[in-house]
Write a protein that binds this ligand. Structure first.
Ligand SMILES: *Cc1c(COP(=O)(O)O)cnc(C)c1O
Length: 416
């Protein structure tokens, strides 16, 4: 826990920085692989990996080398010119995903905005929706980023209070897994989406598993039904896989668990290899061709440095076997967590190395547990009051998880 030395930095951040986060009391100095060190030299195992942005592990040597070489050669151009790293990145990303076309941005929120623009243009120019009438259906409990448009369709008051007025054009439906213990026959969510559809609906935009919402995993078959709803009504299905994508759930993309394919796909976070913000919107040419020069852009989106690092990050997903590791160790970790069987634990859920441990609400909050875990050398992060999130770098080893489990068990044992 924070020393006087660490407290000097904490005070400065609090004095000079905006107060829009409430960090855990650790002042970091360096990181390597799955480990973090604070300024006092204490070592921690990272079980949150910057909200899945550090899937490759901290400062992966090959990514650092790629970054350094490209930074010294050609870092930032602008899209007013072509570059070899950008061309290579587009070729790589389309070939591994099977999507025809890519639009690159930097942060996740920008890629979500891009998807919204693409869906609306498709709605007007392909589907024939009357001007300014297009609607997108989103889910309650969603998290898609922090721009004013995006927080406008959030259901979380703290994200949006005082930031209005908000855009029209978004309708909200029930996500699967929030309000009910969604069993196979439960159609509450599907009916709710269905009831929001009309002739102006251009897209359904959802996360295949809600991350910030509390690692909410819909029941099997739900996403397939959403896909069918889109097909039956000539609506685009757009998935936000910024957090769930690139191996996090044990497959390249979470939608593969359901054997479907979205019309538009949003990725970010781990795409930058834990070194840079890189995001993208992927879709068919039919959808993407509604963008022409002048219709959308970004000064830094697709810059040669980001493109080179992201290309390497994609290659390393396979070379370092990160997707298989996520599947195998995710099952192992989840099983171990399930074995704790503590009265405080309500449910353990997740896919791959993306696990939420939901506590019964009461005296001990998820943040309390996270703070106790810090004292044992583990960094994790709560979402809402009751969910502890475990999302380690995908290169974590079984030995490291076994060690982590000893600490986690010890923390729960202390609470009776
Ligand atoms: C993190 C996240 C975003 C926003 O990404 P930023 O890079 O913070 O803008 C959007 N959607 C999901 C599902 C996320 O997890």
């Amino acid at each position: 826990m924070s020393s006087d030395f660490q407290n000097t930095y904490i005070s400065k951040e609090q004095l000079y920085g905006a107060n829009n986060y409430s960090p855990l009391p650790v002042v970091l100095e360096k990181a390597k692989g799955a480990y973090l060190w604070d300024v006092d030299g204490n070592k921690y195992l990272d079980l949150m990996s910057a909200y899945s942005a550090v899937s490759h592990g901290h400062s992966h040597p090959e990514l650092v080398k790629t970054l350094q070489e490209q930074a010294a050669k050609l870092a930032i151009a602008s899209r007013a010119l072509y570059s070899e790293p950008f061309a290579a990145f587009l070729e790589k990303l389309t070939s591994i995903t099977g999507y025809e076309s890519v639009l690159t941005m930097n942060t996740g929120a920008e890629a979500v905005e891009t998807a919204i623009k693409a869906a609306r243009r498709w709605g007007y120019f392909s589907k024939g929706i009357a001007e300014d009438k297009a609607e997108i259906i989103v889910a309650n409990g969603n998290f898609h980023g922090r721009t004013t448009t995006i927080v406008g369709f959030s259901s979380e008051p703290s994200y949006k209070k005082g930031f209005g007025p908000f855009d029209n054009g978004f309708k909200q439906a029930e996500y699967c897994g929030h309000e009910c213990d969604c069993i196979e026959s439960c159609n509450l969510s599907i009916e709710s989406f269905k009831s929001q559809i009309n002739q102006n609906t251009c897209a359904i935009l959802v996360e295949p598993i809600q991350g910030e919402g509390g690692i909410i995993v819909p029941r099997d078959g739900w996403l397939k039904q959403i896909r069918k709803l889109c097909d039956d009504n000539n609506i685009l299905l757009i998935l936000d896989e910024i957090q769930s994508g690139l191996g996090r759930t044990g497959k390249l993309f979470a939608y593969e668990h359901e054997g479907i394919r979205p019309d538009g796909l949003i990725i970010g976070k781990a795409l930058g290899g834990g070194l840079l913000p890189v995001s993208a919107f992927l879709s068919s040419k039919e959808i993407m061709d509604h963008f022409q020069p002048g219709s959308h852009g970004s000064t830094f989106g697709g810059n040669p440095l980001a493109a080179k690092v992201a290309t390497k990050a994609l290659e390393l997903l396979y070379e370092d076997h990160l997707i298989e590791n996520s599947a195998e160790l995710g099952d192992f970790f989840m099983q171990q967590l399930n074995n704790i069987q503590h009265p405080l634990i309500k449910q353990v859920r997740g896919k791959g190395l993306w696990i939420g441990v939901e506590l019964h609400s009461g005296d001990v909050s998820a943040k309390d547990i996270c703070k106790r875990l810090i004292k044992k050398g583990i960094i994790s992060k709560e979402t809402h009051q009751t969910v502890i999130r475990f999302a380690p770098p995908l290169m974590i080893t079984k030995e490291q998880i076994i060690w982590a489990m000893e600490q986690i068990r010890a923390v729960f044992k202390d609470i009776t």
